[in-house]
Design a protein around this ligand. Structure first.
Ligand code: NI
Length: 136
């Protein structure tokens, strides 16, 4: 009997989508405004979901206070008000697309959360564009 528990979080960050191996022209054509050399920002909304069995004694799947503190310490403090390309070594070699940000967030959190539970990350880059990663 699996249950899912989710926690929402938020951070603001700047980025530029750019592939170093491509020409300026190719980058501009492919990424459009997202390739602007002077960066642009997003209000990222994050939903972290853990899935597993309810503990029969406590009635919890996970302590949401602990989860919220983990997301604050590991994700918000790391990425909030940062330029992902410049300030964050995680993206030194990785294009900071929503896809890659979600994968990196998942990897950072996965090692900190009990292996007994499954982990899913949903990252909204805009109200209408969001990506989902569950490690598969
Ligand atoms: Ni963007």
């Amino acid at each position: 009997m699996e249950i899912a528990v989710s926690r929402k979080a938020h951070f603001n960050a700047a980025h530029r989508l750019h592939v170093a191996a491509w020409s300026e022209e190719e980058n501009k054509r492919f990424f459009g405004q997202c390739n602007n050399p002077n960066f642009h920002g997003h209000n990222y909304n994050l939903i972290v979901t853990v899935i597993g069995e309810v503990d029969p004694v406590s009635g919890y799947l996970i302590d949401t206070k602990w989860l919220s503190q983990l997301i604050k310490a590991e994700i918000e403090d790391r990425f909030d008000h940062k330029n992902l390309n410049i300030d964050c070594p995680e993206f030194a070699q990785t294009n900071p697309t929503a896809e890659n940000i979600a994968i990196i967030i998942w990897k950072i959190l996965r090692v900190k959360i009990s292996e007994k539970v499954k982990l899913k990350v949903v990252l909204y880059e805009t109200e209408r564009n969001f990506v989902e990663y569950n490690g598969n």
